[in-house]
Design a protein around this ligand. Structure first.
Ligand code: ADQ
Length: 514
């Protein structure tokens, strides 16, 4: 990692804690979710600041509570308050009802409301002001995700000189979808106002470059495919794919503990002599939970010899519980589980166990460890950390991973897992059958390769590679803007100041088309 003078300032929509009201006093408890899992160990080790919304929808300020409750944790948490209107229009509106569905290929769910867009801009400006007030010139600002794509732009408009980077945790959509966004040009320009932009996969980076080329044909794209430089409007931005990961050793050690071994034994003991198929997801339409249930139903229809020999455990973490669409989705899942169980339950065999709550880390890892098959079939996913957590927790090295080809993890884990198209529910059923009957030797060799991959490309390496890219010197920007003839000169390349390391050697065939 590069030696830097300043601190790291992380900026994300939510802080890595939640406020709870136990009795009269509000308290802070650690939050859950992919981003928290990824970043908390990093800040704990390096110090620094984390800026984000406190999660309170009333607009009440909790600065004092944060100051009191977070002294001594090794880094500062700086809460931002949002008004009810900001929550509705910036968070539930533009972030989660426009960008989230559009970037996950759900165009029919995307809403394009101008008032939501305007509030998205003003909240991004609010975040930028807070960053300016809580950082100085030597600090590295690391913005996370789709809620805050314009923070770099507003920092620049405020005249604040900072090294800024952005990591987008969700997929970047292809041009055919992105073109529908009425404010697409502003979004691309906002992303380009950062010094480094990281995507989960080569496909996302490639989609971004395609959109950029359509909207800003004069922008200059140069450099090796996996580490490109873009000059636009007198600024140079480095872009690359940095597939996020997990703390492999943390999961491996916990999975090997007696506590987890006991819990895992207890879970399997309730379903004696049966193979367990596990699904773990946040409640979201992108995760493909209903399609997966349908695939399991087809499995029981088509391969009746598996009845009584297999159980499907679907764990769903409550998410966006106030949103009507999510409440309806939960009802549909409840009904579907009930219908399938009603149809196939026989004596003491109930085919589907359905858990709708947040599990403790020990419980979650016990389910990972004890399940013979993981069925991870999102319809689209930025990365999907659950697939990596399953591999790290499979300490007996005999679990089989069935993985969606539309998960960002597929380029890394696809070779040694059973890849499926989650929309093809009959094929998913066939893959479960294949996993059920896979010989032990093959299961072990596949899982060993998967574990080696996740162990090598773990979260610490991810952070190190991202930070070392931010630290890499950039060439001086050319003084011309987009429209100048010089900027349009074909084939113009920057002399790279160093030979770029390829962060992740593997990648999709898409690379070759860039
Ligand atoms: P998410 O959409 O939240 O993250 P994912 O990557 O699968 O998706 O992370 C979910 C996290 O929640 C995992 O770390 C898992 O351990 C945890 N979790 C799941 N079920 C749980 C339960 N019942 N109890 C407790 N914890 C549970 C977003 C993007 C992803 C991207 C991540 C990280 O949508 O595509 O992989 O960010 O970049």
């Amino acid at each position: 990692m590069n030696e830097r003078k300043g601190n790291i300032v992380i900026v994300s929509n939510r802080l890595p804690v939640r406020i709870t009201q136990t009795g009269k006093k509000p308290q802070l408890i650690p939050g859950s979710g992919g981003l928290v899992t990824a970043m908390a160990p990093v800040l704990r080790d390096s110090g620094g600041k984390w800026i984000g919304w406190d999660g309170d929808k009333s607009g009440k300020s909790h600065k004092k509570l944060f100051k009191k409750e977070t002294t001594g944790i090794g880094y500062s948490l700086i809460p931002i308050s949002l008004t009810p209107q900001e929550v509705e229009q910036y968070y539930e509106g533009f972030s989660n009802a426009t960008l989230w569905p559009l970037f996950h290929d759900f165009l029919d769910r995307s809403q394009f409301q101008p008032e939501n867009w305007h509030t998205y801009c003003s909240v991004n400006r609010k975040f930028a002001r807070t960053v300016a007030e809580n950082s100085d010139e030597d600090d590295l600002i690391w913005v996370h995700d789709y809620h805050l794509l314009l923070v770099g732009k507003y920092l620049a408009e405020l005249g604040v000189q900072r090294k800024t980077s952005l990591f987008i945790h969700i997929p970047f959509p292809p041009w055919d979808l992105f073109m529908r966004l009425p404010w697409g040009k502003e979004i691309i320009a906002g992303i380009l106002s950062h010094d480094l932009v990281g995507f989960q996969t080569e496909r996302d980076r490639w989609n971004f470059v395609r959109c950029l080329r359509r909207l800003f044909p004069c922008a200059i794209v140069s450099g090796p495919q996996r580490n490109q430089l873009i000059e636009h409007d007198g600024k140079i931005t480095r872009i690359g794919a940095f597939p996020i990961s997990i703390d492999f050793e943390g999961f491996d050690q916990l999975a090997s503990s007696k506590e987890v071994a006991d819990e895992a034994w207890y879970i399997h003991e309730r379903m004696p002599g049966r193979k367990l198929v596990l699904g773990v997801d946040r409640l979201d339409y992108t995760k493909g939970i209903l399609e997966r249930l349908k695939a399991f139903e087809i499995l029981l229809e088509k391969y009746s010899d598996l009845r009584d020999k297999i159980n499907f455990i679907q764990v769903v973490v409550p998410s966006r519980v106030d949103v009507k669409e999510y409440q309806e989705m939960k009802c549909t899942i409840d009904e579907t589980v009930g219908r399938i169980n009603g149809r196939f339950t026989y004596h003491d065999w109930v085919p589907i166990y359905y858990i709708y709550r947040t599990l403790s880390r020990t419980e979650l890892v016990a389910y990972y460890r004890t399940s013979e098959i993981a069925l991870i079939t999102p319809l689209k996913d930025g990365m999907n950390l659950v697939s990596k957590e399953y591999c790290a927790s499979s300490v007996e090295t005999d679990g089989v991973l069935i993985l969606s080809e539309f998960a960002g993890a597929a380029p890394q884990l696809g070779k040694s897992s059973l890849l499926v198209n989650p929309f093809n529910v009959e094929a998913v059923a066939d893959k479960i059958y294949m996993a059920f009957h896979m010989p032990k030797g093959e299961r072990k060799s596949r899982m060993r390769r998967l574990r080696a991959e996740v162990r090598r490309n773990n979260i610490f390496r991810w952070v190190e590679q991202f930070l070392s890219e931010v630290g890499s010197p950039l060439p001086k920007p050319h003084t011309t803007t987009d429209n100048s003839p010089l900027a349009r000169r074909p084939g113009r390349k920057y002399a790279s100041s160093k030979k770029h390391k390829t962060p992740y050697p593997e990648g999709g065939s898409i690379d070759n088309k860039t």
